[in-house]
Each structure stands twice: as C-alpha cells, then as structure tokens.
Design a protein around this ligand. Structure first.
Ligand SMILES: Nc1ncnc2c1ncn2[C@@H]1O[C@H](COP(=O)(O)OP(=O)(O)O)[C@@H](O)[C@H]1O
Ligand SMILES: [Mg+2]
Length: 398
C-alpha cells in the first residue's frame, strides 16, 4: 500500500550541495556533515502492506519522524520517492496532495494539541470542518469515533477534565473521524505513564482487530514495538538496521546495536511457539502398521509418537506399550494404539503461555496451526534455552 524507495533527506543544504555530498565516494554522512548539513534519512526502502501495523523504532534523532513526514510529503525527500497505492506522491498536484493528507492519511502525534476551550466532541470533529462536512454530520461522526476509543457519552466534556490517556484518545478519535486509509502515529503514547500507555496499546490493538487500518506507528520503545507491531523497522542514524517481525528480531538481531536493545525485552512475551519449535522427531500416519512405527520409536529414544490423521491434525499419541501389544496381536493401523498423553498449543502462543506445559507428557509439547495441524514440537530443553540463552545461542539451535 505504501512503498518507500531509497528515501533520503538532507537538511540545511541546498539541493545541489546536498546531492554533491551524497555522491561522495565513501562516507555520505560525513560528507554531508562536512558541508554543514544533516543526513537525517539515508537510503531507506520499505513497503507497508494494507492492514498492517508497521512500527518504526529507533532512538531519538534516528530519523523516524522525517521518514513518516516524507510519506505524505510534509517533508520533501532529497532523493528517493514514496508510492501510495501505486501513485508517486512526488508527482501529485497540490490538490491531490491535499486530498491525500486530509482524507487518506490521518496523523496522530505525541502531543495532540487539543483546543482547551472546545468540547471533546468539537475537538474530535476538527478534521472534518476543514473538509467542509456539514455540522450535524461532523458531530455524529465525532461521536462515533469517540465511541470507538471508549469515550462514548463524554463528548460534552472539556479536554482539561481528562487525564493524559483520555486526551490521547480524543486525539486518536480526531484522526479516526476522517476514516483514513492509513493512520500515522508519531510516538503517540510516549508522554504517558506506563500503565496508561499499556492500556492505550491494548485499545489500539483492539481497534486494529476490528477495523484493520494500515498503521505506521513510531516509537523509541522496543517493548512497545514488540507488543503491537506486525513488523518492526529498526532505525539508527537515518538508516534501517533491521526489518522483521518481533520474534525474528529477538531471535536474530542484525547487529550489536539491536542485540543491545533486545536484551531489555521480556523474551517470554515475544517468542512464540512457532519461533521456538522444531520439527516433530517422529510422527506416524494413522493408517500405518504398528511394527515399523514401534521400530522408529525405539530408534528415536523418544517415549511416544504423534499420530496424525490424513488432514494433518493430531489423532493421538502412540507409546511403546500399546504399540508392542498391537504388534503382538498383529493388528493393522494405529487407531487402537492411541492415547491422549500430550498437550498442544497454537503456533502464535507466547512462551509465557506455554512454558508450564513443556516436559509434562510422554511426548514434547505439540504446536498446531490454525487448522489444528501438527507443525512442530517444543521439547522442554528448548523452552529453557529460549528463556535463558543469549539471542545468538537460540539462533544456533534454529
Ligand atoms: N527541520 C529540520 N531541520 C534540520 N534538521 C532536522 C530537521 N528535522 C529533523 N532534523 C534532524 O534530523 C535528524 C533526524 O530527526 P528526526 O527525524 O526528528 O528523528 P526522530 O524522529 O527519530 O527523533 C536529527 O538529527 C534532527 O536533528
Ligand atoms: Mg521524532
């Protein structure tokens, strides 16, 4: 939906001098600095899918705000371009740009700049006035947006009566009234205390589940990024150092900078069953005969095998006792050998939600996909590794 290609921004230099510095043979940033400019964003490319919650994470000064301002051209790139639904934003007329900013992209900032002397409803409706929406419709839409952010019936209050978190919700409602395709949020929760912040994150995730907006969310907090982001783009000094899902970044940090960030994160909430599982050692199909399955089990040193139905779902677990009995009685198929001594979790379950289940059964914990098909197993040792070891060690097992 949004495609940024080679986005580059130099501040404080004329375009010609900026270009000359950027063409420098080796260190572009140093060349720009030597010429008296700031290389705020340096050759950044990424694309954001429709319905995705895309997080841009980095320390202060890493170029995050400049990147998002280039998306709707509040800042014009020195080089590179942005395509919005395939249309080059740099080639848009003034009118098209206004349409893009007013209707299609909503912005939410750290400080919402609410009008203290206007009601919450008027504040929420503010963006619609500029677009010439009649008053009655403005207020009706504002009320709907206030309801979405959990402020139904509060439209007549004034911002001063609200806590910080509630004021941020009014700001969010303001961005939602225009029903934008894309919501850009620049450190919207950074000024809030940790508890309020968490509840705002929950609220945003809930809104996202319901409305599936495309959201670009800027933060300097990796825990926040991990908690809400479908994918996270980590920036440093104007460049992308890593782009991936939270679990990918945790289990394979691209460099020491990211590893350092990651060391503060609560791994048990970010790592999922899918990221720590390994292929099931031994499995069997329901229509196999007991003898070869028993042989495989004995070779494996395991205490049981997962038996899967033709559709890939788990039919049960066969341990050596029932298998030996079935072999002795020359039975065919495994249907009579199945037991229920196992546990299974969906592949997106965080570590904190399944670590207590590992090691409890004859077979390692099963991981299943949405269709309840067996996709892997988590032996107990693997859970311990994932919690205890440094990221590179987890990676070494992968
Ligand atoms: N309008 C501007 N003029 C000059 N320098 C700027 C301007 N905006 C940002 N910068 C510089 O560009 C760099 C990146 O800033 P910014 O995009 O605001 O980073 P972040 O949002 O990650 O904190 C910083 O060094 C900042 O000082
Ligand atoms: Mg910023």
């Amino acid at each position: 939906m949004i495609e940024a290609r080679n986005l580059t921004k130099v501040f404080d230099l004329s375009p010609a001098r900026a270009q000359r510095a950027l063409d420098a043979a080796d260190d572009r940033a140093a060349a720009v600095r030597a010429a008296g400019g700031v290389l705020a964003v340096d050759d950044v490319s990424f694309s954001v899918e429709r319905g995705e919650l895309f997080v841009i994470m980095g320390l202060s000064g890493s170029g995050k705000s400049t990147v998002i301002r280039m998306i709707n051209r509040l800042v014009a790139p020195t080089a590179g371009n942005v395509a919005y639904d395939g249309a080059d934003v740099g080639a848009m007329t003034t009118r098209q740009l206004r349409e893009l900013r007013n209707r299609r992209v909503g912005m939410v900032f750290q400080h919402f700049a609410l009008f203290p002397h206007r009601t919450v409803r008027d504040n929420a409706a503010y963006g619609l006035k500029a677009r010439g929406v009649p008053k009655r419709e403005r207020l009706a839409r504002a009320d709907r947006a206030l309801e979405q952010v959990g402020l139904a019936q509060r439209g007549d209050a004034y911002p001063g009566e609200f806590s910080g978190g509630m004021q941020q919700r009014v700001g969010l409602a303001r961005a939602l009234t225009t029903d934008p395709d894309v919501l850009i949020m620049d450190e919207p929760f950074s000024a809030l205390d940790p508890l309020t912040r968490r509840s705002m994150q929950d609220q945003l995730l809930e809104l996202q589940r319901e409305f599936r907006k495309t959201i670009i969310f800027v933060t300097h907090d990796l825990n926040e990024a991990m908690r809400i982001g479908d994918r996270i783009m980590v920036m440093r000094n104007g460049r992308i150092v890593q782009l991936g899902t939270g679990p990918e970044i945790i289990s394979e940090p691209a460099d020491d900078y990211v590893r350092d960030f990651v060391s503060d994160v609560d791994r048990t909430r970010v790592l999922t069953a899918a990221t720590v599982m390994e292929p099931a050692w031994v499995t069997a199909a329901l229509d196999e005969d007991p003898a070869p399955v028993l042989a495989r089990l004995e070779d494996s040193l395991g205490r049981g095998v997962y038996v899967t139905a033709p559709d890939g779902t788990i039919a049960g677990v066969a341990t050596s006792g029932p298998l030996s009995a079935a072999v002795a009685e020359r039975r065919t198929g495994l249907a009579d050998c199945l037991g229920g001594d196992y546990a299974a979790v969906p592949d997106d379950t965080p570590l904190v939600g399944f670590c207590h289940l590992a090691g409890r059964h004859a077979v390692p914990l099963a991981v299943v996909d949405r269709g309840k098909r067996l996709v892997g197993v988590v032996p107990r040792t693997r859970v311990l590794d994932a919690i205890a070891s440094a990221p590179e060690d987890v990676n070494a097992h992968a």
